[in-house]
Every structure is written in C-alpha cells, then in structure tokens.
Design a protein around this ligand. Structure first.
Ligand SMILES: Cc1cc2nc3c(=O)[nH]c(=O)nc-3n(C[C@H](O)[C@H](O)[C@H](O)COP(=O)(O)OP(=O)(O)OC[C@H]3O[C@@H](n4cnc5c(N)ncnc54)[C@H](O)[C@@H]3O)c2cc1C
Length: 384
C-alpha cells in the first residue's frame, strides 16, 4: 500500500471498451474482438468474411487497414459521421520542415499552435447556435451550414460513381455534432466491390453472424466491434473515496462528472485529474495539448503547495459549482446540445460531459496559473 500525499490520475477516458446492448453477444461462434483489444500478434483475417460494427474513429482506422486482406467486409453503420479530408495520412514530413523543427528555436512550438488553432479555436464560432438561423435541423448557423456544404461536397466527390453510398453516408445532424472523422482511406475502402455498407442498427448476434434491424441475416467468420469506449464514466478504472467517505462515482451520480477546470473536485483534496470532464476539444484536434495545460496547472498548484507549506488543497464547492454552471450555460449555446445526434459527448441524462465549451486560448490562460483562493487550504502539519 502506497500512501502518497498527492494523486494525479492519467488513466485516460478511452480505457473501458463498450459493447452494443443487443441480444446474443456471446453466441457468435467465429472470432470476435473489440478494436481496443486487438491481439498483439494479429488476428487471422485473410480470405474471411468480416463484419465491422460501427463507423466512428476506430472503424475509420480498422476498415482501410483490413479491406484488402478479407474476402468480404461488411460495415454496419448505425449513424454516419462527418468526414474531413486528410491528405497527410502516413505522409512523410518533408526534410526542410524536419530541419526547421530541429534547428529553428521555437519553430515546433509555433507549428503546434498553428495546427491547434486551425482545428480548434478557428472553428469555435462555427459551433455556436444562431437563434435566428432558419434551418436548425441541419446546421446550427449559416457558418456551420457552410461547413456542411464543404463536407458534403467532399463526400459526394469521393463516392461520385456510387450515389447510393453518398446518400447513405450523409449525416442529417449539424457538422461537428459528433467528433469529426479523418479520411484515412475510408472512402477508398468503402467503394471497393468486396466491401458493403449496411445502414441501421445490428439487432442481434447469432452463432453464424448478425441480424440487422431490417431482419437481414449476415453470415460472418470474424466479428469486430468498433463500438468505442465508456467515455462518460471518467475514472471508472479506479475506485476513489473522498474525505466524507463517499466515492467519486457517487459524487458524480455515476456518469455526471463535474470538475473545476476539468481537474479538481470538492471532497477529493489533492486528487488531480488529467483528461477530466469537459476538457476534450470536441470539434477536433489534439487532446494532448489540453492534457499538457492541465499538467502545467497541477505542477503549478503543487509548486505553490511546497512553497507555502500546504499539505492539502481542496476545491471550494462554490467555485466548482459556479464553474460548472458556466460550462453548462455555454454548452446550451453550442452544437453538442443539438438533439439531432447521439454522441459519446453526452451522458445518459443528456448533459454534455466530455468536451469543453471554451476556446483553447481561454483554457490556456485559466490553466496557466492556479489561484489558491479557489481552494480550501490546509497546512502540511495538519494534513499529515
Ligand atoms: C479511435 C480513437 C481515436 C482518437 N483520436 C484522437 C484524436 O484525434 N485526437 C486526440 O487528441 N485524441 C484522440 N483519441 C483519444 C486519445 O485516446 C487521447 O487523446 C490520448 O490517448 C489521451 O492520453 P492519456 O494519456 O490521457 O490517456 P491514455 O492514452 O488512454 O492512457 C491511459 C493509461 O492509463 C492506464 N490505466 C487506466 N486505468 C488504470 C488503472 N486503474 N491503473 C493503472 N493504469 C491505468 C491505461 O492502461 C493507459 O496506459 C482517440 C482515441 C481513440 C480510441
């Protein structure tokens, strides 16, 4: 048993694989696996009939990687995602850029900020609902609708010779409503003769394959679940008990995680959560930059604890409440509360718990320095 004074959780949010809630999951007699548990030494797929359930970010990576090897690939799509072009997939970084990165001071910092701005703060206004906008079912504003036109044109161009695919893969909810997917060779794979897209939910798993919600049986040798993770149950891989004796799960009423700056929670002094609730940039880009900002915040706070001889810092309830009130109010004006899509960003009661509603640059300012006034402080000798 270790007895640290401070605990920093970095367990990630994509830790617990999620399976669909359908009958017969244990009946399939072929090979079955979840993308999160891909065997280290690979899986036999050559010449087999393979089914992939899901069309999110995991399917986007798996399908192009295996399409050439299998005899027949069936992709089951419950709800399509908006897909952006990604010409840099597996592209070599050109030598001049490598030299800039290694020899010009701060070049790589500038480059990261440029990419981060491009995929995040530059798009921020396109995520905001315009109450005057006349077509709220398909987009949240005229600007958001312009993104819809751009993504739609890209989709139609990729499957120009298969108009039925374009219709099947066109989302009916606003762009950015779910996490944007990057075209890692997805359309090239989906337009192959030996790849078939089946729309609708998988209704049941049988010993020989699956049955779709239209009643069609599909026979398979391998069944791959690309059905994602239980993201909304933050920290579900560890049991944490607070000062009052209640667990973090209880404090969060299971899936309703709320933290101050995504990092600290009243009743849980000296627990610092990286990749906590409402931190992920929901519209795209890298979470790593945000996790680094959080790490900077935590080290700043711990540094102040050392400097001031503090043994415990506990987020003030009022500070936590007010911060989360602002999070929820901001989300009400943003695309992720649009009712048109189901998304892992929301918990069972519909509250947005995964993405943050603020710009990166705002979080950068907020997380740059920890304000001790936000915390109840205890001197080191009292905390033990
Ligand atoms: C298909 C897919 C696509 C993604 N695309 C993007 C993207 O485009 N951009 C992006 O920013 N992010 C993306 N992500 C999310 C990505 O997982 C995170 O950005 C990144 O991995 C977060 O890093 P992390 O260190 O916080 O967590 P992780 O990389 O998840 O690391 C958590 C670690 O904690 C360990 N752990 C968990 N529980 C315990 C425990 N109880 N005890 C000890 N160790 C434990 C795990 O084994 C793991 O090693 C994607 C994820 C998936 C699955």
């Amino acid at each position: 048993v270790l007895e640290p004074n401070v605990v920093i959780s970095a367990v990630g949010a994509f830790s617990t694989p999620k399976l669909p809630d359908i009958p017969g999951l244990d009946r399939f007699e072929g090979t079955v696996l979840h993308t999160a548990a891909w065997p280290q030494d690979g899986v036999e797929l050559d010449g087999l009939r393979v089914g992939v359930v899901g069309t999110g970010a995991s399917a986007m990576q798996v399908v192009p990687a295996i399409a050439e090897r299998v005899s027949q690939l069936t992709v089951f799509q419950r709800s399509p995602g908006w897909i952006a072009p990604f010409p840099y997939h597996h592209a070599e970084i050109p030598e001049p850029l490598r030299r800039l990165g290694s020899e010009v001071p701060l070049y790589h910092v500038w480059d990261r900020i440029r990419w981060s701005w491009t995929f995040n703060d530059r798009l921020y206004s396109a995520l905001q609902k315009d109450p005057e906008w006349e077509h709220p079912e398909r987009a949240v504003s005229a600007e958001n609708d312009a993104h819809r036109r751009y993504f739609t044109r890209y989709l139609e161009k990729q499957v120009a010779h298969r108009p039925e695919l374009a219709a099947a893969m066109l989302p009916d909810y606003p762009p950015f409503g779910k996490r944007i997917l990057l075209d890692n060779g997805w359309f090239d794979a989906l337009t192959r003769d030996d790849v078939r897209l089946v729309t609708g939910s998988v209704a049941e798993v049988t010993d020989r394959g699956v049955v779709t919600d239209s009643g069609e049986p599909v026979e398979l040798d391998v069944l791959i679940y690309a059905t994602g993770f239980d993201v909304v149950r933050f920290l579900d891989t560890i049991d944490v008990t607070g000062r009052s004796g209640q667990s973090l799960r209880e404090a969060w009423d299971d899936d309703n995680a709320r933290a101050y700056l995504g990092t600290t929670v009243p009743d849980f002094p000296n627990l610092f959560i990286l990749y906590g609730p409402n931190i992920q940039p929901g519209h795209g880009g890298s979470l790593v930059g945000l996790a680094e900002m959080q790490a900077g915040y935590v080290t700043n706070l711990i540094g102040q604890m050392f400097a001031d001889g503090l043994g415990a810092v506990e987020c003030r309830e009022a500070v936590w409440e007010e911060y989360n009130r602002r999070v929820d109010a901001a989300h009400e004006q943003m695309v992720w509360t649009h009712p048109g899509m189901s998304t892992y960003y929301r918990n069972a009661r519909g509250r947005v718990v995964v993405p943050g509603p603020f710009r990166n640059v705002d979080l950068w300012h907020r997380l740059g320095h920890a304000e001790l006034d936000d915390y109840r402080l205890e001197p080191a000798h009292a905390a033990g």
